[in-house]
Design a protein around this ligand. Structure first.
Ligand SMILES: C[S@@+](CC[C@H](N)C(=O)[O-])C[C@H]1O[C@@H](n2cnc3c(N)ncnc32)[C@H](O)[C@@H]1O
Length: 322
C-alpha cells in the first residue's frame, strides 16, 4: 500500500480515506451487508451485557449508550459522523425526540438506504467531515466506528494533525455546552502487525487506526476527556457474530459479491476476532464522550475519565464556586 497518497485538494493535513476507498468497502451492495449485520445494519463494535445478549440487543445498547453520553435526548440537532445505514439517526429521531439527525457518509449505497427509510427528521449527506458546512450548529455530535477512516496511513504527527483538525471542526459545530461521543478501534502497539496489514491492504484501504495517546494529543485544549473505556471483549464477540452470520449465508453472499470478496471478509472477521494475547493487547475499543457535569458516565467499567469542552469545564467550575 502506498503510504504517501497525494493529498491534493485536501483541506486538512490528513483527511483520511477518499470517497473511492470508502466506496471500495461499503458500496458492495446493501444486500450483502444485510447478510451479516443486525436488523438495523449496525457495523461497529456492539455492547454486550450478558452471555445471552443477541447482536440486535447489544447494538441497540451501544446506540443508547452514545445517545446518553452525548446528551442527545430531546435535542434539536444531532450530527452523526460516519452514519452507516442510519440506525443511530433513526433511533435519535424515533425514540429520543431529536428534531433533526444529520448523518455524514462517503457511501452512496448507505445514503440511498437512509433516504429510502423516509424517516422524517433524518437527513443524510454524502460528504466527508472535512468538507462539512452545517446549516446550523449541533447540540450533540456522535461518531461510531468511523474515526478509523479519518487518517490515511502515515506517521504519528501527520495522524495527530488530521485528528486535531477533526476535533477543532467538531468543537466549532457544537453549541456551547454541547457534548460529543466517539467510538473507535485503537491500536495499542506501534505497528499494526500482519493481521492489521492484511486489513489495511485488502479491507480498508487508505485507513489507519489511532492510538489512544494520539486522540488525547489531538483533542487537548479543544475537548476535555471525560471518560475512556476499552471493550476489547465486545469487539471480539462482535466480529464472531459477523463471521458466524456470514458463514451461515455463504452461498447467498457469494452470489451477490463473488467468492473472493466473501473470503476476504471472512478472513477480516477472523483476524479481528482472535484471542491471542499479542492480538488482544493490540485491540482497543475506545469511547470518547466529552462531558462535564456528570462525574461518572455510569454503565459498566470504572476506567472513565471526565471530559468536556474547555469552556464548559470553566463554566462548571464557576457555577460550583458560587
Ligand atoms: C464502519 S462504518 C460505521 C457506521 C455506523 N456508525 C455504525 O456504527 O454502524 C464507517 C462509516 O464511516 C463513514 N466515513 C468514512 N470516512 C468518512 C468521512 N471522512 N466523513 C464522513 N463519513 C465517513 C463511512 O461512509 C461509513 O458510513
Amino acid at each position: 500500500m502506498n503510504n504517501e497518497l497525494p493529498l491534493s485538494g485536501a483541506t486538512t493535513a490528513n483527511p483520511g480515506a477518499s470517497k473511492a476507498a470508502i466506496s471500495f468497502h461499503y458500496d458492495l451492495g446493501n444486500e450483502f451487508f444485510r447478510l451479516f449485520l443486525d436488523r438495523e445494519c449496525c457495523y461497529s463494535c456492539a455492547m454486550y451485557d450478558k452471555e445471552s445478549d443477541s447482536q440486535e440487543a447489544a447494538q441497540q445498547r451501544k446506540l443508547e449508550y452514545h445517545i446518553e453520553q452525548a446528551r442527545a435526548d430531546g435535542t434539536a440537532r444531532v450530527l452523526d459522523i460516519g452514519c452507516g445505514w442510519g440506525a443511530l439517526q433513526k433511533r435519535l429521531v424515533k425514540e429520543h425526540q431529536v428534531k433533526v439527525a444529520v448523518g455524514l457518509t462517503l457511501s452512496e449505497n448507505q445514503a440511498e438506504w437512509i433516504r429510502s427509510m423516509g424517516v422524517s427528521g433524518v437527513e443524510v449527506r454524502v460528504e466527508s467531515w472535512s468538507d462539512h458546512v452545517p446549516a446550523a450548529s449541533y447540540d450533540s455530535i456522535i461518531s461510531v466506528g468511523a474515526f478509523e477512516h479519518f487518517a490515511r496511513p502515515s506517521n504519528r504527527p501527520v495522524r495527530v494533525r488530521g485528528y486535531r483538525d477533526f476535533f477543532e471542526r467538531c468543537y466549532g459545530w457544537l453549541n456551547p455546552g454541547g457534548w460529543m461521543s466517539l467510538q473507535s478501534i485503537g491500536l495499542g502497539a506501534a505497528d499494526r502487525g500482519t493481521e492489521g496489514q492484511f486489513v489495511a491492504e485488502n479491507i480498508f484501504p487508505e485507513s489507519d487506526l489511532p492510538r489512544l495517546g494520539e486522540i488525547a494529543d489531538a483533542s487537548e485544549g479543544i475537548f476535555e476527556i471525560v471518560s475512556v473505556r476499552n471493550d476489547r471483549a465486545d469487539y471480539k464477540r462482535t466480529n464472531h457474530e459477523f463471521r458466524d452470520r456470514l458463514r451461515r449465508n455463504w452461498d447467498g453472499a457469494v452470489s451477490l459479491v463473488g467468492e473472493e470478496t466473501v473470503r476476504r471478509f471472512d478472513k477480516y472477521f477472523r483476524v479481528s476476532a482472535v484471542d491471542r494475547p499479542a492480538m488482544a493487547s493490540r485491540r482497543t475499543q475506545l469511547s470518547y464522550p466529552p462531558s462535564v457535569r456528570a462525574r461518572h458516565a455510569g454503565g459498566r467499567g470504572d476506567a472513565w475519565w471526565q471530559l468536556a469542552s474547555i469552556e464548559e469545564a470553566a463554566a462548571s467550575c464557576i457555577a460550583r464556586d458560587r
